[in-house]
Design a protein around this ligand. Structure first.
Ligand SMILES: [Zn+2]
Length: 306
């Protein structure tokens, strides 16, 4: 799935509609970076934000090619961006390193809490952080926890983290993937691949930014190409034969700022139940997203300890 698409990248429905065209504004730091460092042809990012009437996923209808993805998620990820984008410059925030360290600790706790709701502490356990960069967000889930990272960019990982090149030969108790699926050209294909590396009693933990509210501001295409709504997450899980144990919008620290995202806990489906394809439910899910988004947005404290 690369180039321009005229179907939904997850449910493959042709019933898609345009919300707006992505602007090519050279003053925009992100667009400038894409034009000068990533895309092979500037017409590639003359694309549109689309919505799927069937699964309520919102997405840019341009999907980066392999070559472009290699440039977008390359080594020296931060350094390349720092030449264009203020947020990556070291002078941007003098507290950046401290805030990032704090956020790594909190994220670790968040993953552990959500895992522990559904599974007990083990004698030994294997955790994969798919797209996990340095591996600093991986919690211990056992007396002896083996921690793995599989990441497209060749980042330096922490000393105790095992770097993988592919999923072959390993089965995990927990596969986490945080703030990754919104970047993927084919999220369903990747999720199905991850399921093959999951133990039968294993869990998948996802964090997906609740960006659909931000669509109002008509963002231009950049790294995020999928904008998930609650129903689209249900559909993604259903198509990968996964059962949703937990799905909630939360606000928590992310790098040096805070984020509002869906936290999702999934397990292999023992009995495939049909996904309810009722329009009223889909609309109700959007309203639920909006209410929860606004509620957590104005929460002063992070709701971590629940
Ligand atoms: Zn769809």
């Amino acid at each position: 799935m690369e180039g321009f698409i005229n179907i939904c990248p997850i449910c493959k429905s042709k019933k898609i509609f345009k919300l707006y065209d992505s602007k090519i504004d050279r003053e925009n730091q992100y667009t400038k970076f894409l034009l000068e460092k990533v895309v092979t042809n500037k017409n590639n990012i003359k694309c549109s934000m689309m919505g799927c009437s069937d699964c309520f996923l919102f997405f840019f209808n341009y999907r980066y090619s392999k070559q472009e993805l290699n440039k977008l998620y390359s080594a020296r990820y931060n350094k390349k961006r720092s030449e264009y984008i203020d947020g990556y410059k070291s002078a941007f925030n003098s507290n950046k390193a401290k805030l990032e360290s704090r956020s790594n600790l909190i994220r670790k706790l968040l993953v552990l809490q959500n895992y522990s709701k559904y599974r007990n502490w083990r004698k030994s356990g294997k955790v994969l952080d798919f797209g996990g960069w340095h591996g600093r967000n991986i919690p211990d889930i056992a007396d002896k926890t083996e921690k793995y990272v599989l990441d497209k960019s060749n980042h330096k990982t922490e000393a105790n983290i095992i770097k993988l090149r592919n999923l072959k030969g390993n089965k995990f108790d927990l596969i986490m993937s945080t703030h990754v699926f919104e970047h993927l050209v084919d999220p369903l294909k990747v999720l199905i691949e991850l399921v093959t590396a999951l133990k039968n009693d294993g869990l998948i933990y996802l964090e997906l930014p609740a960006d659909i509210v931000g669509i109002i501001r008509k963002p231009s295409i950049y790294e995020h190409i999928n904008f998930f709504s609650r129903y689209s997450i249900k559909n993604l899980a259903y198509k990968a034969n996964l059962e949703i144990l937990y799905l909630k919008i939360k606000k928590y620290p992310y790098a040096y700022h805070s984020t509002i995202a869906y936290l999702v806990v999934l397990q292999k489906n023992k009995k495939q139940r049909k996904l309810n394809n009722n329009l009223a439910i889909k609309i109700f899910d959007i309203i639920k997203d909006l209410i929860n988004y606004v509620r957590v947005k104005f929460e002063k404290k992070y709701t971590l300890f629940i």
